[in-house]
Design a protein around this ligand. Structure first.
Ligand code: HC1
Ligand code: SF4
Length: 571
């Protein structure tokens, strides 16, 4: 520990901490902009400048380590003037169209303007007009809003992707994919981790709300919506509820009030995926063929594999993602059962993910003759729709998903967090192979937020070696281990750090909140609590799924399943 003084007050701080961390621990607020805990600590924006007794220049608190006897002033006139001047320079060439900006009222730059008392734009810098990059099906890049904090660059690097970086110098500095190509031409996986890292409106998802509204307004269309597991763990944040508040019932009520004809749960699709993927695993494991099987429900991960490790494509499970399986079921079984012409069905998915927009557009997912999922919205887009419709979300009653797919299990819910697909699969595979109930349904060995988790499970007298990976940087680690001879039987890979709960389509949390709160852990706990309280916790016990096989598919991995629920990703 070292003894320092902050604004004249003596405090004891652990050695190695930065001034910013020391101040925060003592409830002293220092403004930041480029700082993003554990991701971007580069002292570039100079917003966190502080005065240090005896030092000639002001110092960036986010990178300056504390040492014995340091005397720091966080709010002197010199500090206030320097921070304000820095902010004014950032504003001098920022496109200040706040009223129409997607991040209006959720913008860290806007908040700083308020906090630092910016009353006027005193300088006008060189304004370069950048073309929007709308080349991707998932996201939009707007360099006119960019403040060069480099948080997106760090987020992309943290994914092990690094397709964007700073180019040129001085006023011409901007962020671009290599060779200034459109993002669609780079090996971007559309994970959207750059979006959730961005403090301003320079990165956002493609807006698909108008298409959905148009379909809802069309009386000829039967508009169904399915909602992914992780959405319920975060949607409430958009309406001021604490991080980690599950809002399943209110979310369903809101979707019904928005005018969707039927509201279904992607968790049911996840239960179906477990039946198919569990069966596929058992077949491959029993024959010792084509192992490890690697999950393929995360479209960012599939795209990463296609770009960087095509030799592992044959290892991917042939199962489509729960979203796409459900999409195919809606336009086949459901259309038939309800006597609705499939061409009149408009199928919407709400996902915590930006890459799902890309997945929905892939040619592999067109079993109904057209797209099986017509539009995939993000959690943020759903929140926008709810706000635009004037729905008082917080005071909505809890409502239930619609029949005939009204039931889902706790196994389906936990798909939304890293380790969840594996845990759900183990619950089913164990009971099929052992022919007896699994004693403890909480498979703790596969839980937690470590980037790579490994476990060896004993099932039916055999060792099953599993690994769980989240974040594509960690995917590289495990794939390299396999190339070096390490053997696994079953691997779950999710592109986003934390899994879907921290997907690129989830509500954006201010960097200051992220510094103190473990957002991923809180959202994951929201899903684990739903699982604990679920009346069914195993996919194979879901009566909806049992009926679906009786009435339509016959058996898992049968002929009809292969036609509708499986695909091959080829390079
Ligand atoms: Fe996911 Fe999945 S868990 S991929 O993160 O397998 O997006 O939530 O819906 O499809 O179920 C996302 C989440 C989601 C699929 C499921
Ligand atoms: Fe990088 Fe993901 Fe953003 Fe693409 S979407 S630029 S891969 S962080």
């Amino acid at each position: 520990m070292v003894n320092i003084k902050i604004n004249g007050k003596p405090v004891e701080v652990q050695e190695g901490k930065t001034i910013l961390e020391a101040a925060r621990e003592n409830n002293i607020h220092i403004p930041t902009l480029c700082y993003l805990k554990d991701l971007n600590q580069i002292g570039a924006c100079r917003m966190c400048l502080v005065e240090i007794k005896g030092a000639r220049a002001l110092q960036a608190a986010c990178v300056y380590p504390v040492s014995e006897g340091l005397e720091i002033y966080t709010n002197s006139a010199k500090v206030r003037n320097a921070r304000k001047a820095t902010l004014e320079l950032i504003l001098s060439n920022h496109e200040r169209k706040c009223l129409t900006c997607i991040r209006n009222r959720n913008c860290e730059l806007q908040k700083l303007c308020e906090e630092l008392g910016i009353e006027d734009i005193r300088y006008e810098g060189k304004n370069i007009e950048y073309e929007l990059d709308t080349s991707s099906p998932s996201l939009v890049r707007d360099n006119n809003k960019c403040i060069l904090c480099r948080r997106c660059v760090a987020a992309c690097k943290n994914q092990g992707i690094s397709v964007i970086d700073c180019v040129e110098r001085g006023f011409n500095t901007h962020i671009a994919p290599y060779f200034e190509k459109p993002i669609n031409d780079a090996a971007c996986i559309y994970c959207g981790q750059c979006i959730v890292a961005c403090p301003v409106g320079a990165l956002y998802e493609k807006n698909d709300i108008p298409q959905v509204n148009e379909a809802i307004d069309d009386s000829e269309k039967h508009v169904v919506v399915q909602v992914a597991p992780a959405v319920r763990a975060a949607l409430g944040e958009e309406f001021g509820l604490p991080i980690g508040t599950p809002v399943t019932g209110k979310m369903v009520a809101a979707l019904k009030r928005l005018g969707f004809d039927k509201v279904f749960d992607t968790d049911t699709g996840a239960d179906l995926t477990i039946m198919e993927e569990g069966t596929e695993f058992i077949e491959r494991f029993t024959k010792g063929e084509n192992l490890p099987i690697i999950t393929s429900c995360s479209p960012g991960w599939v795209k990463y594999c296609e770009h960087n490790y095509p030799e592992f494509l044959p290892n991917l499970s042939t199962c489509k993602s729960p979203m796409e399986m459900f999409g195919a079921v809606i336009k086949s079984y459901y259309a038939e059962k309800e006597g609705i012409n499939k061409d009149k069905i408009f199928s919407v998915a709400v996902m915590p993910c930006t890459s799902k927009k890309f997945e929905a557009s892939r040619s592999e997912h067109t079993t109904s003759g057209g797209r099986d999922i017509d539009v995939s919205l993000t959690t943020r887009e759903l929140a926008r729709m709810i706000k635009q419709a004037g729905i008082d979300f917080v005071n909505l009653p809890d409502e239930q998903f619609d029949t005939p797919f009204g039931e889902a299990t706790g196994a389906g819910v936990i798909f939304g967090t890293t380790g969840g697909v594996m845990e759900a699969a183990i619950r089913t595979v164990y009971e099929i192979l052992e022919k007896k109930p699994l004693d403890d349904l909480d498979v703790k060995a596969v839980r937690g937020l470590d980037g790579v988790k490994e476990a060896t499970l004993k099932i039916a007298g055999k060792d099953v070696k599993v690994a769980i990976v989240h974040g594509t940087k960690n995917a590289k680690t495990i794939l390299e281990k396999i190339k070096n001879g390490e053997k696994y039987d079953f691997i779950e890979i999710m592109a986003c750090p934390g899994g879907c709960i921290h997907g690129g389509g989830q509500p954006i949390v201010d960097a200051r909140v992220k510094a103190d709160v473990d957002v991923k852990a809180k959202r994951a706990e929201a899903l684990y609590s739903e699982d604990r309280n679920a009346k069914m916790r195993k996919s194979h016990e879901n009566p909806v799924i049992i009926k679906l096989y009786e009435e339509f598919f016959g058996e898992p991995c049968g002929h009809k399943s292969h036609e509708l629920l499986h695909t091959h990703y080829v390079d």
